[in-house]
Each structure stands twice: as C-alpha cells, then as structure tokens.
Design a protein around this ligand. Structure first.
Ligand SMILES: *Cc1c(COP(=O)(O)O)cnc(C)c1O
Length: 397
C-alpha cells in the first residue's frame, strides 16, 4: 500500500483555483522555492564555479535520471536528462534510423504532438536519403506496421483526446516487423503506470514540466534499452555526451553509458527544482494513483454530461484506453475555457475545438471535480462565454 492521496499539503496551489491543467504545466511543489533560492544564493552565489563539484551539480542529471527511471519502470542508469523533449525526440529518432539502415519509413500517427512530427520532418530533410513519415489515424497504426517501417514513433497518450495506445501490443508488433520502437511518455510519466523495460521498447522520451511538476522549461529525459546503448550513434554529439568531457580531446568519443545521449551543460537550477519536485512521488503507488485518476475522470464525465448536453465527449469513454485527461469538443471551446479560467477552473483549449481537463490525483479531490462541473454548467448553459472579453486570443492557449 502506498501513501494516501491526495497529498495536497505538498504543493502550493492558489486559493480558489481548481487546477485541471497539471497535464500541461504541473503545480508548484512546496520545497521548490526554497531549493531554487538556495541553489541560486548559496551554491551559485556563494560557491561560484566550485559548485559543479562542491554542490554536486555535475551529478544532478544522472541522479534525476535514476529517479525518473523508477517512475517509468526503467533500470538505474538507463535514463539521461537534459534539453527539451523535442531535442530528445530528434536524438531517439536519429539513433533509431541508424539501427535500420535499409528501411525508409517512419511510422507515427495523426494524433501525435506536432513538435514530434516537425522534428521527424526536419530530420528527414537533414538526412536527405528519401525517408518518409507516415501518419495514419491512431486506431490504424497497428495495421500500418510493415516490414518497410524502420521506426515506430508514438506518443502513448494523445495530447488532445487522452486516447491511450497499448505499449505492449504495439511494441511487440513493431519488433515482429523488424522495426525499432520509440515511445513518447509526455502525458504518461507521472500519470499512468508505465513499464518501459517490460514492453521492451528501444527508446522512450518525455518531459518533466507536466505531471512531474518540474516547472516551466524543466529538462526532458530519454531512455535507451541497456543492451543497445553502446551501439547508439548520437546525432547531437556534444561534449557532455563524450566519454571524457574534461580531457578536451579533439575528436568525439561517446560515453560508454546512457550519458552519450546528453548534449551540453545541464540546466542546474531547473534540475534542482525537478529533483525537489520528484520527492512528492516517494511512497506513491502508481496503481493507486491510476485508480484515483479513473475515479476523478469518471465523476467529471458523468457530472458534465448530465449538466451540459451541448458538450460532446472527445475522449474515449472506456477508461482503460484513456490517459489522465478528459476532453470535450465544443464549437466555442476557446471563449468557454477563458470564462472557466476566470471562474477559477483552469483547463486549456486545443485547436480546433477541444476543451481539455487534466486529472492529477496528487493534488485533486472529488469535491473539487464536482464543483468544477457545476462551474462548467454555469458557463456553458448561461452562454456567458459570448461576452467579447472571452474572445480575445492570447499567445499561449
Ligand atoms: C509537451 C509535449 C512536447 C513538448 O516538447 P518541448 O520540446 O518540451 O517543448 C513534445 N511532445 C509531446 C508529445 C508533448 O506532449
């Protein structure tokens, strides 16, 4: 048995806010402010460059990688941290393509997050050897896996709808066809139980500012299956992925570990905050977390559907194939979400018409979900979203 949820006391959440956007930017863990100020004031300010050794800055990336490994079912030493997720997608894909030099197809799906697809497009142009990116509908991916596919690259949980792929089944199919498997866990890590080693995929990548509460700009992570690591050719051969960064050798020689997937100087302040944020997971049983997520999501769906017939569920109704978010399609979703946010219910809007609500049982409880549904009812049924102030588009939606 893990600790009981929620663990609200571990977070600083503004009064009067029901936060249903932890799938996009997690909330502030209580220890983060103190840790960040101590890193800045005592370590940077007080110890200056010595702090790389005296404050353990250089060890942070792998320490944090090992903690993340524990949350995604990966063995120690198999997860490197740093950069942003887009960069990690690029690295995984470039290394995976090298593993299948005779094949030319990258298979993803049309529901993947745009940046993953953009990075694939960019890599294809850079390599310039006739690679092709295929993006069937998510439900058609399994059938599209053929012996022409070099790499299957998917995000487990669809950022728009919350639809969840079966990692075991798809990885097995990819391997049966001779393809390499990359999973993007952006909406999985800290949200659903993940067993990266168990599914046997070659690569997994993810970010830490969503369900892992690492804060805006927190570093990403990349997992490589231990048996392939020493054969990987890093596409971004930066000095911190070198076997001996401080030997200052003229030629690149990759590290003899997952560290070869690092690139440059780690973001020490963000990594420190993330290390602090990851402490909230101590003692949390992912099966308990998942059960709580499903309960909160089912309550929300039932309450909203009973109150707002004009909203239509855009997420799978079957909780077994739904991640940690619930989305409703509504033509006027953008202004409706602005009206909700003004009333303290913070979700987000994803073009063209999706109102998205994330469920994070570390800091959400049933009563808030019911209250949120009441506020959704008020906004939708009074059509208050028609007010001009809610139509103004911000830069970030
Ligand atoms: C959030 C997210 C990203 C964002 O990538 P960054 O480089 O961290 O901005 C990429 N891919 C997926 C699937 C995401 O959900």
């Amino acid at each position: 048995m893990g600790v009981s949820l929620p663990r609200k006391e571990m977070f600083d959440i503004p009064e009067g806010v029901i936060y249903l956007d932890g799938n996009s930017l997690g909330v502030l863990p209580k220890g983060a402010v103190e840790r960040a100020s101590s890193v800045i004031r005592d370590e940077w300010g007080g110890q200056l460059i010595k702090a790389w050794n005296t404050a353990g800055w250089m060890a942070l990336p792998s320490e944090v990688g090992d903690t993340i490994a524990g949350l995604i079912g990966a063995p120690e030493g198999s997860v490197a941290t740093g950069d942003t997720l887009s960069i990690k997608v690029y690295q995984a894909l470039a290394a995976a393509l090298k593993m299948r030099p005779d094949r030319r197809v990258i298979l993803s799906d049309s529901g993947n997050f745009p940046s993953d697809l953009y990075m694939a497009e960019g890599l294809i142009k850079t390599i310039d050897k006739g690679y092709e990116l295929q993006t069937p509908a998510p439900e058609d991916v399994l059938e599209a896996i053929s012996d022409e596919v070099a790499v299957v690259m998917l995000t487990q949980v669809d950022y728009r709808t919350g639809r969840m792929h079966d990692m075991d089944a798809i990885t097995a199919a990819a391997h049966a066809a001779g393809a390499v498997m990359i999973w993007d866990l952006a909406h999985s890590a800290g949200a659903v139980p993940v067993d990266v080693a168990g599914c046997n995929a070659e690569f997994a990548v993810g970010c830490t500012y969503k369900y892992l509460n690492g804060g805006p700009g927190a570093p990403a992570f990349i997992y490589a299956r231990p048996d392939i690591t020493l054969g990987l050719e890093p596409a971004l051969s930066g000095w911190l992925g070198h076997a001996a960064p401080f030997a200052m050798e003229q030629a690149y020689r990759p590290a003899m570990s997952t560290e070869r997937l690092r690139v440059g100087t780690p973001s020490v302040v963000q990594l420190s905050i993330l290390q602090e944020a990851l402490k909230v997971w101590e003692g949390v049983d992912m099966a308990d977390l998942r059960a709580a997520t499903v309960a909160l999501s089912e309550t929300f769906i039932a309450e909203v559907e009973a109150r707002c017939p004009t909203l239509s569920l855009a997420s799978p109704r079957d909780a077994n194939i739904r991640g940690s978010q619930v989305s409703f399609a509504f033509e006027h979703g953008y202004p409706a979400m602005q009206a909700l946010i003004e009333r303290g219910v913070i979700g987000d809007f994803r073009a063209p018409n999706i109102m998205r609500f994330g469920f994070t049982p570390l800091y959400l409880e049933e009563a808030e979900i019911i209250r949120a549904a009441e506020i959704v009812e008020e906004v939708i049924n009074t059509e208050v979203w028609r007010e001009p102030k809610y139509q103004v588009k911000s830069r970030v939606t």
